[in-house]
Design a protein around this ligand. Structure first.
Ligand SMILES: C[S@@+](CC[C@H](N)C(=O)[O-])C[C@H]1O[C@@H](n2cnc3c(N)ncnc32)[C@H](O)[C@@H]1O
Length: 232
């Protein structure tokens, strides 16, 4: 059987392809990724892995918005977006388009940070203080937003959560370049050194919410996996 999957790529995505190869002889994998650097990284990852020989990759260096502008009747058995939907322009439209490209009997698989954890609470704080208007127009989104969109489209799903933590020790050190980059990432705010108010709020939140274990400062992160099955 040929299984088609569609993906926004990374290391975890190649793990999914390998799992599929345990059940199917060949896989057609369409990869949508706008960043040249990310797509090259994924290409070299899969090129070096001889176990992926039965996978036909179809590389699309595009944003999801560009990708969905082209009409295409191809249907996929699996569509997954792992920690990607923070960045798309319109969350609801993207989920609807992904669902439309799913074959009957196919699965849609989304991973996002859950709203109930130290990291996402930082986003709540930033939203309350700095976001005017619709939060969904920013990247401060979480799995609850995805579930609301699916509910609105009458799509049923199952979920599971996976708890981990982010080592934020560098963030709380003065003048750490690694810490600054990590803080930008955690607050989804590039170049935060230009945004002193955001930076001090983010640092205050991290200091107040992290736990210290063996000299490491750890911020709780809960990833939520959402899987929706499309009945025929
Ligand atoms: C956090 S990474 C996740 C990558 C991978 N799925 C993983 O889990 O390792 C987010 C990815 O979303 C991509 N991205 C950003 N904006 C996008 C858009 N509008 N459409 C599609 N992908 C986008 C970025 O280039 C980046 O590779």
């Amino acid at each position: 059987m040929h299984t088609k999957i569609y993906v926004f790529p990374g290391e975890i995505d190649s793990v999914i392809v390998k799992k599929l190869l345990q059940r199917h002889n060949s896989v057609y994998n369409r990869v949508v990724e706008p960043s040249g650097e990310m797509i090259e990284r994924y290409k070299s990852l899969v090129r070096e892995d001889t176990s992926l020989g039965a996978v036909k990759f179809d590389w699309r260096q595009q944003t999801v918005e560009e990708y969905f502008m082209t009409k295409d009747d191809t249907k996929f058995h699996l569509i997954h977006a792992i920690h990607v939907l923070y960045h798309v322009e319109d969350l609801h439209a993207t989920l609807r388009n992904m669902w439309e490209q799913l074959a009957d009997g196919g699965y849609m698989f989304v991973a996002m940070e859950s709203e109930e954890n130290g990291w996402a609470k930082l986003w709540h704080k930033l939203t309350e203080t700095f976001v005017q208007g619709d939060r969904l127009k920013t990247s401060l989104r979480h799995s609850g937003d995805v579930k609301q969109c699916l509910d609105a489209m009458d799509i049923s799903y199952v979920t599971s959560e996976y708890e981990t933590s982010v080592n934020v020790t560098e963030c709380v050190k003065e003048d750490s370049e690694t810490g600054s980059l990590l803080l930008d990432f955690l607050a989804q705010t590039p170049d935060m050194y230009n945004e002193p108010e955001i930076k001090s709020l983010a640092l205050e939140h991290i200091r107040g919410n992290c736990s210290v274990i063996d000299d490491k400062s750890l911020l709780q992160s809960i990833e939520e996996i959402i899987v929706a099955f499309k009945r025929g």
